[in-house]
Design a protein around this ligand. Structure first.
Ligand code: SIN
Ligand code: CO
Length: 383
């Protein structure tokens, strides 16, 4: 399935200018003849797995409850007022992964995962805020969506310890979504979706790290690699009149010590590439039982097979003139002029055929990059 968005009067550029991170948007009929890539039974099957993150939120008679998967049996929930939410379904269903493609006008590294929910009539997670941008595609069924604007007077409500909600808000969008409708919700905009009939929703979620996360991950990276060990240097020190004071110039110098560490661009690119392509959800890497040689890979491709990116991998390429690096799932690969095209194909998560790779087999560096990526289980011959 290859799907594209019917933007109506908008284009991706206009959407970014007018709506992205600014205001919510509902595009009715954004996907023509939308075909659900998964059904409720298949979703319930995923939620039976220990290694897949899932939860059920129910609101029977105004009583909110949250249960965490895996789930074996749904009979106690009945036929209304509950919803099953499963994270990173794109790591397991190719058709769900395809739902990311219409959003390729935003770079890969910004995308987190596709969460799929199945809601029975009256089901939803209640009014709440999310810290991240999300596109929600309405699959099967109908749902009543309300989306408001950020409002500092909203109260936080905790009807259950695992359920953060907000007090009722004034909706800017108040509509019933039908199959193929697309809703965009910027961060911190209150929203609520209540199913009218059994309903599937696909949430394409984005990641937007804050300095706390970045600095914490950078500290781990530095400890791991024994970096940033240069000590504070004050060889120009003058006599201190008030030895109890931490002086402004010392604060400046200490801040400078931190800033100098951050100004190593090559190091920061390495850190960012690894951090932003790290996958937080379980997935099925296809590490071959015995490592493949480039001759073997060439033979299999020549025989007509293709190499597919494993579902859910995250890849990005940094092509600054002095520092070219490819990152896949938190691993970094140095790129040289000869391997640039192959690195770009990996970063775009292309399916690779013999025709595309023919010239790569004439170059040792390309063969090394290709075999490393395959032997790490990131690309494989099975779809
Ligand atoms: C959903 O229930 O499908 C989406 C939940 C949300 O609003 O984040
Ligand atoms: Co939400």
């Amino acid at each position: 399935m290859s799907i594209s968005i019917n933007w109506k009067d908008l284009t991706p550029a206009l959407f970014l200018e007018q709506y992205w991170q600014k205001q919510p948007l509902l595009i009715k009929g954004a996907f023509k003849h939308f075909d659900d890539p998964i059904d409720a039974n298949e979703l319930a099957g995923l939620a039976m797995e220990e290694f897949i993150e899932s939860r059920i939120v129910s609101n029977k008679n105004q009583h909110w409850d949250v249960a965490h998967g895996p789930f074996e049996d749904y009979s106690k929930y009945g036929s209304k007022e509950w919803t099953l939410l499963v994270q990173a379904v794109n790591n397991w269903f190719a058709g769900v992964d395809e739902l990311i493609k219409p959003f390729h006008f935003i770079p890969n590294w910004r995308i987190d995962d596709v969460m799929v929910s199945f809601s029975t009539p009256g089901g939803g997670v209640g009014p709440h805020l999310d810290q991240y941008d999300v596109f929600i595609v309405q699959g099967e069924g109908k749902r009543h969506w309300k989306v408001g604007l950020p409002d500092s007077s909203l109260q936080q409500v905790l009807p259950h310890e695992d359920l953060k909600q907000v007090s009722p808000f004034a909706p800017l969008i108040d509509e019933i979504t039908e199959p193929g409708d697309l809703l965009y919700i910027p961060p911190n905009h209150p929203h609520e979706g209540v199913a009218i009939e059994n309903s599937l929703n696909y949430s394409i979620g984005f990641q937007a790290p804050n300095p706390q996360e970045l600095l914490s991950a950078l500290a781990d990276f530095a400890v791991d690699k024994d970096l940033f060990t240069n000590r504070f240097d004050d060889r120009q020190r003058q006599v201190t009149e008030q030895n109890g004071i931490l002086a402004e110039h010392d604060i400046d110098a200490l801040i400078n010590t931190i800033q100098e560490s951050l100004s190593d661009r090559k190091l920061m690119a390495d850190f960012l590439g690894k951090h932003l392509t790290s996958v937080h959800h379980s997935m099925n890497l296809m590490v071959p039982v015995t490592p493949m040689t480039s001759e073997f890979i060439e033979d299999v491709l020549k025989a007509g097979e293709s190499l597919y990116p494993v579902l859910g991998i995250k890849a990005t390429y940094i092509n600054s003139p002095k520092n070219k690096m490819l990152f896949i799932n938190g691993e970094g690969f140095t790129v040289v002029e000869e391997t640039e095209n192959l690195a770009l194909a990996f970063s775009n998560k292309h399916t690779l055929t013999y025709d595309m790779l023919k010239s790569s087999f004439l170059c040792l560096k390309n063969k090394q990059l290709l075999t490393s990526v395959i032997n790490m289980g990131f690309w494989c011959f099975e779809q």
